[in-house]
Design a protein around this ligand. Structure first.
Ligand SMILES: NC(=O)c1ccc[n+]([C@@H]2O[C@H](COP(=O)([O-])OP(=O)(O)OC[C@H]3O[C@@H](n4cnc5c(N)ncnc54)[C@H](OP(=O)(O)O)[C@@H]3O)[C@@H](O)[C@H]2O)c1
Length: 303
């Protein structure tokens, strides 16, 4: 019998998927994929129901990361693709797992810490967090509802409410680092909005941890417990990238600039305060718990 542990990564070609693939392989796992292109015997495309079931059958873990990037203007067309690329892939995965004779024991589906309301008053845990309103919250709710409605009796399902993931080449860090290098890395808006983050290595380690801890159920917040303000975050970004000063950007300028660079200010102005209570209660130990150290490690790491 083949004793190699197998993980299926769906949406594996992006920032997080590339990192997870490398780390699982370094730790001796076999990696199979599901994506827009099904490549080779270890890969299947979303349109191929039978191929997906073949790839999933016998794997012990599946991690779904698929979704069109949210870093764009929220036009009606983009909104439709952002929503559909998450909901339809999650539903397809549920159907494929239901066809498996040996389904994975754990299905971790990406969701987002943005599901919580704009919070400046108190942290939002899985137990007492309040869900927010607006388009990105609607996406997160629909994404989690698609996971919830999948009928997979042999497979434990967990939505991962992931904070902003930091790592080399990570989409979320690059604009902050670039602004700092240009001398524009001051605080954004009033700068008191909270910044919830997690190092990509701790995302990998929390995935391994949650797979092993079979008693954990329901949504899990994946974030570092050290949440900082935007002011503190930009100070640490400037330090990591060697910028001696940083000009602050007021909210009105961000709103104008966001139109020019085709993104949304919510990505930097919303106050995200995500408390990873379930991971902490279960004894998860972070490899990068402090933002300053995490940013220095990323800035110094080689491509
Ligand atoms: N990065 C963060 O800070 C962060 C924070 C919270 C949540 N998340 C969520 O975690 C997931 C992975 O994040 P990431 O940063 O790795 O994103 P990413 O680099 O944009 O990768 C997402 C992957 O989704 C697939 N994809 C893209 N457009 C698609 C479409 N229209 N239909 C179906 N699949 C599509 C692609 O994989 P294939 O080419 O293999 O199909 C792509 O590589 C995303 O769903 C994201 O919303 C990320």
């Amino acid at each position: 019998m083949d004793s190699t542990r197998t993980v299926v990564l769906a949406g594996a070609s992006g920032f997080i998927g590339t990192y997870l693939r490398r780390r699982f392989q370094e730790d001796g796992w076999m990696v199979r994929t599901i994506g827009r292109k099904g490549t080779g015997s270890a890969g299947a495309a979303w349109a191929d129901d039978a191929g997906m079931a073949r790839v999933l059958n016998g794997a012990e873990l599946v991690v779904n990361l698929a979704g069109r990037s949210v870093s764009c203007r929220y036009s009606e067309r983009n909104k439709g693709v952002i929503m559909d690329s998450r909901v339809s892939t999650t539903k397809a995965l549920g159907r494929a797992i239901a066809r498996c004779q040996e389904p994975p024991s754990t299905w971790l589906n990406a969701s987002t810490g943005t599901i919580y309301r704009d919070a400046r008053d108190r942290p939002q845990s899985e137990f007492d967090g309040e869900l927010g309103t607006g388009f990105s919250v609607d996406v997160a709710k629909a994404w989690e509802a698609a996971l919830e409605s999948a009928v997979t009796p042999g497979t434990r399902k967990i939505p991962l409410r992931i904070a902003i993931v930091l790592g080399r080449g990570g989409g979320a860090l690059a604009p902050f680092a670039n602004l700092a290098r240009l001398g524009l890395g001051g605080h954004m808006g009033d700068g008191w909005q909270k910044f919830s983050w997690v190092h990509v290595e701790d995302l990998y380690r929390s995935i391994r941890f949650l797979h092993a801890r079979t008693g954990i159920a329901g949504p899990v917040n994946v974030a570092s417990p050290e949440v900082v303000s935007n002011r503190e975050m930009m100070h640490l970004v400037r330090r990591a990238y060697g910028a001696r000063f940083g000009i602050p950007t007021p909210g009105w300028l961000l709103r104008a600039g966001a139109i020019l660079i085709r993104t949304e200010t919510e990505l930097v102005l919303k106050s995200r305060w995500v408390q990873p209570q379930k991971l902490l209660d279960a004894g998860f130990v972070y490899s990068q718990p402090e933002l300053g150290q995490a940013l220095l490690q990323i800035a110094r790491s080689r491509p």
